[in-house]
Design a protein around this ligand. Structure first.
Ligand code: ADP
Ligand code: MG
Length: 233
């Protein structure tokens, strides 16, 4: 579950980003849309306790994030958040297997090689375990990133522009994989994107409409009908 109230965040002395209040039930999907620069990545960073709001409160997976600081925030994040970043950061010298095992280290747990193999297998890429990051195609890297995001059975999966560099078929595939992975782990899923294909892909692979949060000016064609929350930044 995600609950935010009166959230504001400013970089340095800049204008604060003001975010609408959001309530998302555990296991549900939230589509976070808005143009580039509207604050999507910042909102994800707040949810992952990577940055602290100057104002407002947030509860994520039962944890009041304003009560977390420093190392306890790191430990909480490692166990509860599966982050699918815009760019996959893997250590170039390590195999996929060893890169994924690092997630256990970050959570203060012994590496579970079998769990890594299991998750790669579930995503249909078991054969990539021994490869180096430089030996992965774009689609393969996407699956490895998703494997890493779900490895610790997080309560919340945050995906930042997961379709950015993908063609139509791969974009549809990536969204479907995300939804499936979240369902499998009863995780809440947030997809931040300015790619209209994501909404279409969600509609085709989910029985219910996702929750919507739109940041920035309303999209022109839907301005009068959109039910999504909006924020001016
Ligand atoms: P989005 O993900 O929707 O493109 P961001 O959350 O990345 O938006 O950015 C929101 C606003 O905050 C933008 O105006 C951006 O320039 C600014 N911003 C983002 N990161 C930083 C940073 N590290 N320092 C200063 N300003 C930043
Ligand atoms: Mg962004």
């Amino acid at each position: 579950m995600i609950e935010t109230r009166q959230l504001q965040f400013a970089y340095g002395v800049g204008q604060p980003l003001v975010f609408p209040d959001v309530t998302v039930q555990q296991g549900a999907v939230l589509l976070l849309s808005g143009p580039s620069g509207s604050g999507k990545s910042t909102w994800l960073a707040l949810l992952a306790a990577l940055v602290k709001p100057q104002q407002g409160s947030m509860t994520v997976a039962g944890q009041d994030l304003t009560a977390l600081a420093g190392r306890s925030a790191d430990a909480w994040r490692a166990c509860n958040i599966g982050f699918l970043p815009q760019k996959l950061h893997l250590s170039a010298a390590l195999t996929v297997q060893h890169n994924l095992e690092l997630a256990f280290w970050a959570a203060g747990l012994p590496a579970d090689a079998q769990r890594v193999r299991q998750v790669l297998g579930q995503l249909g890429v078991a054969e990539l375990a021994r490869r180096l990051p430089s030996q992965l195609s774009g689609g393969q890297a996407q699956r490895v990133a998703l494997a890493r995001a779900v490895l610790m059975q997080p309560r919340l999966i945050l995906a930042d522009e997961p379709t950015a560099s993908l063609d139509d078929a791969a974009a549809q595939d990536a969204v479907q994989l995300l939804v499936q992975a979240a369902q499998q782990h009863q995780a809440t899923l947030v997809i931040a994107t300015h790619d209209a294909r994501v909404g279409q892909a969600l509609a085709s692979c989910m029985p219910v409409s996702p929750n919507l949060l739109h940041l920035g000016p309303a999209p022109r064609e839907a301005a009068s009908t959109t039910a999504a929350a909006r924020v001016q930044v």
